[in-house]
Ligand binder design. Structure first.
Ligand SMILES: Cc1cc2nc3c(=O)[nH]c(=O)nc-3n(C[C@H](O)[C@H](O)[C@H](O)COP(=O)(O)OP(=O)(O)OC[C@H]3O[C@@H](n4cnc5c(N)ncnc54)[C@H](O)[C@@H]3O)c2cc1C
Length: 228
């Protein structure tokens, strides 16, 4: 068996390298993760994502029906390798492309796919991740943020903490307890909320280096349509 990359694959790798050299510049050494969401970096990160979308690379192995290019996974791997090698910033998009998108593709309804996948593929959706809570870290199954069915809605109350980049996000991918009577590792559901939903309040956590990276996010009677 020949494990070598084909000429086309090597050419694709070179194309990515040329693109990243041109767009990141000779002096590029990566971004200090602490300053990822800062004003001096964020617009450039978003601009790079938009260029990756124009190249068709952001979701290149996704099916075309979801906004991808249906290209082989080996090309996705080459792309990911080069992005990692160059320390290219992708955190604004990767939560959507690597976690939310594939999850919705496998478990989502057709309505959810139509609602969420195109905005991940076109780079406009920025997701933050709502797992940790003040009393729930490694033991994620102890999470307490409640989502209670109420007519056509779920009503969410509680808080999430250490939410990286919540202040930059358009969407919240979070876990909430929907069945308090189930064993604690069950009765947990995933929700995708628009950050503009009334009742969501993002409070910055400024660390001892005066950096705003984390947030605590409060939910007060946040209504989430049950049909979504
Ligand atoms: C850079 C960074 C970004 C983050 N971004 C996010 C985010 O965007 N969204 C989000 O939801 N969370 C985020 N987190 C939070 C992170 O997921 C939690 O810190 C993690 O789940 C651990 O929880 P904790 O800090 O409460 O520590 P704890 O769970 O309290 O653990 C403290 C220590 O105890 C140890 N420990 C815990 N349980 C056991 C056990 N049963 N046996 C032995 N040892 C144990 C752990 O290994 C650890 O050393 C982020 C954290 C960091 C550092």
């Amino acid at each position: 068996m020949d494990f070598k990359f084909t000429d086309e694959q090597e050419a694709f790798r070179q194309e990515i390298r040329d693109f990243l050299k041109e767009n990141l510049g000779d002096e590029w050494r990566g971004i200090d993760p602490d300053s990822y969401f800062h004003d001096e970096n964020w617009p450039h990160i978003r601009e790079l994502t938009s260029k990756l979308v124009d190249k068709g690379w952001l979701t290149l192995a996704w099916p075309e029906e979801y906004g991808g290019q249906a290209r082989p996974h080996i090309e996705q791997m080459i792309y990911s390798e080069e992005m990692a090698y160059f320390r290219a910033p992708t955190r604004d998009a990767s939560m959507g492309t690597d976690l939310v998108g594939p999850t919705v593709m496998i478990f989502g309804t057709e309505e959810q796919k139509a609602e969420y996948l195109p905005r991940i593929a076109d780079g406009t959706a920025v997701y933050c991740q709502g797992f940790s809570e003040p009393e729930s870290g490694s033991d994620l199954a102890s999470l307490q943020l409640r989502a209670v069915e109420d007519g056509d809605d779920y009503i969410l109350n509680g808080s999430k903490i250490w939410t990286s980049g919540a202040h930059r996000a358009s969407h919240f991918y979070l876990m909430a307890r929907t069945d308090p009577d189930a064993p604690k590792h069950r009765g947990i559901s995933v929700f995708i909320l628009d950050m503009d939903t009334p009742g969501i309040e993002v409070r910055p956590i400024i660390n001892m280096f005066d950096v705003h990276y984390f947030n605590q996010v409060f939910f007060e009677n946040v209504a989430f349509p049950n049909a979504t």
